[in-house]
Design a protein around this ligand. Structure first.
Ligand code: AP5
Ligand code: MG
Length: 192
């Protein structure tokens, strides 16, 4: 198995680049944001609980997300590898993921960290909000909150993987294709 984490703040392009990476490398895309939005659209109990956090720009509680990831993992037993997008987002989630992968006798190979400054992030998300229909996109105050939550709760995840020497920083501004090429260069070197 070849497992990758695409890491970065809200709006850094994780979803955009994930679509291209899963197509090129045949990985299974695991986006907790997408899974949660599906639960919300279907108004499941999990979705209803998640909405109360997502609409405020807060994180959904660890136990909810970790359980969802475990069951997604079990539904894709034959996956050649996973691309984790928007997960893990807290140090507790990172530790849970390490335990899960350990149990399956595999591990994270690489953490690709998309670096984009905050003004550009807000610009992108305000723009996306005009068409995305995402309930956490429409209000700039909620977007600022998501960036603050990222700095406080998610950034420590980069330090967690830095200790394991798995993090590679990627310049996250420029064209989508240029950023994609930078990501592929690092993956190709690592998977040789
Ligand atoms: P999630 O869906 O994961 O959202 P996010 O991490 O906040 O990030 P986004 O999806 O907003 O941005 P992205 O990095 O994917 O960028 P994108 O490619 O769209 O999470 C949503 C919420 O769910 C969280 O706030 C939380 O409440 C909850 N949640 C999810 N996972 C959780 C977890 N593990 N634990 C707890 N709670 C969790 O790009 C952004 C925009 O920029 C797009 O419009 C795109 O077209 C544009 N763009 C992309 N690349 C470029 C470029 N190179 N130049 C210009 N524009 C670009
Ligand atoms: Mg996304």
């Amino acid at each position: 198995m070849f497992n990758l984490i695409l890491f970065g703040p809200p709006g850094s392009g994780k979803g955009t680049q994930s679509d291209k990476l899963v197509e090129k490398y045949g990985l299974v895309h695991l986006s907790t944001g997408n899974l949660l939005r599906k639960e919300m659209a279907e108004k499941t109990p999990l979705g209803i609980e998640a909405r109360s956090f997502i609409d405020k720009g807060q994180l959904v509680p660890d136990e909810v997300v970790i359980g969802m990831v475990d069951s997604y993992f079990d539904q894709h037993k034959d996956a050649p590898g996973f691309l984790f997008d928007g997960y893990p987002r807290t140090v507790a989630q990172a530790a849970a993921l390490d335990r899960l992968l350990d149990l399956k006798k595999t591990s994270i190979e690489l953490v690709l960290f998309l670096q984009v400054d905050e003004d550009e992030l807000i610009r992108r998300l305000v723009h996306r909000g005009k068409t995305s229909g995402r309930s956490d996109d429409t209000d700039e105050a909620v977007q600022r909150k998501r960036q603050e939550v990222y700095r406080n709760e998610t950034l420590p995840v980069a330090a967690y993987y830095d200790k394991q020497e798995k993090v590679v920083n990627i310049h996250g501004t420029g064209t989508v294709d240029d950023i994609f090429r930078s990501l592929c260069d690092v993956i190709d070197k690592k998977s040789k």
